[in-house]
Ligand binder design. Structure first.
Ligand SMILES: NC(=O)C[C@H](N)C(=O)O
Length: 331
């Protein structure tokens, strides 16, 4: 029999650590109240597949993640990955911003060992709670050599997603996580089944190293809609943003009254990154807007919240818009 893998489960809160007043509360409950050791103990089957120990780093709803917490989590994961007695890491996390944390780790960790971010849509007290199986599957993936070298993964609802691609697509359903090109694989009956590999560089293949990043430049997002005004752009410039993600309609379109605003923003030294609010597709450079003329850049297929992560990391390396564009296209 093969030796059991050593997996550390880092607790950060979220609904997987949530509790409701009654078993029919599937969407109304308090999140981030159950300690990680208790969450692990509630799934005794886990001890058959791995040697697991818990470590509580935060106890928060993931909507309350900020750059400071992201860095603290990343640095702790990095520290643990360097230990020879750690084979894999699971991070229990709220689902709201799982995609941001997973993308950040996917870009900054320097290890091939499996790192899996997991959450749940229903608290453990609910009928049809999804956390126990999700955690079991996450530990299984984190224990497996098959999961090594594939970047940071998100395991939810029987699926294994790449941290790069995954996004939360529904506010309450358990099948909320979606990757534009499909999951990398499934976990079925305790078995990992991979069908595709991440095409973009991650972890050991990137220029970003969590051990060397001690702060992230401020990057903000402005959502666009009919009747949009300049107020939010001005506020973020005043607040000291180094880049603004213009979360535009359609192909990252810019309303006629916002075109001069974004020119001003760029003239003040901030980078302007055009993204699309549609939820999928790439933003075409020099498509509907003359990015060359205005010195703006475009996201590839990343949504605004992922573009914020990548842009902030890119700005730790360069403030050259051409370099930034290359980075946005690369990862
Ligand atoms: N399902 C969840 O985990 C939602 C929760 N608000 C969180 O992200 O922490």
């Amino acid at each position: 029999q093969e030796k059991k893998a050593n997996v550390v489960v880092i607790g950060t809160g979220g609904t997987i650590a949530g509790a409701g007043a009654s078993s029919v509360n599937t969407a109304a409950y308090q999140s981030a109240v159950v300690p990680v050791d208790k969450i692990i103990a509630a799934v005794p089957e886990i001890s058959k597949i791995a040697n697991v120990r818990g470590e509580q780093i935060f106890q928060i709803g993931s909507e309350s993640f900020n750059d400071e917490r992201l860095l603290k989590l990343g640095k702790r994961v990095s520290e643990l990955l360097k230990q020879s007695d750690v084979d894999g890491i699971v991070i229990t996390h709220g689902t709201d911003t799982i995609e941001e944390t997973a993308y950040f780790l996917n870009l900054t960790l320097k290890s091939d060992k499996p790192v899996v971010v997991v959450g749940s849509m229903r608290p453990g007290t609910a009928l049809g709670a999804d956390g126990a199986l999700n955690l079991y599957d996450a530990v299984l993936v984190a224990s497996s050599k098959d999961a090594a070298g594939k970047g940071t993964l998100v395991v939810m609802n029987d699926e294994i997603h790449s941290g790069r691609d995954v996004t939360k697509s529904n506010s309450f359903k358990v099948e909320t996580f979606r990757s534009a090109y499909g999951p990398l694989g499934y976990v079925v009956e305790g078995k990992l089944m991979f069908y595709r590999l991440p095409a973009r560089p991650h972890t050991t293949q990137t220029e970003f190293d969590i051990d060397k990043i001690n702060s992230l430049p401020r990057v903000d997002i402005v959502y666009n809609y009919g009747n949009v005004s300049r107020a939010a752009y001005d506020a973020f410039v005043t607040a000291g943003a180094k880049a603004i993600i213009h979360d535009g309609t359609g192909n990252g379109s810019v309303a006629e009254q916002i075109v001069p605003v974004l020119q001003e923003v760029r003239a003040k030294g901030l980078q302007v990154v055009r993204a699309t609010r549609t939820g999928s597709g790439v933003v075409i450079r020099n498509g509907e807007q003359n990015d060359d003329k205005f010195d703006w850049v475009v996201t590839d297929d990343q949504n605004a919240q992922k573009a914020r992560i990548l842009t902030a990391l890119a700005l730790t390396k360069t403030n050259d818009s051409k370099e930034l564009q290359k980075i946005l296209w690369k990862y």
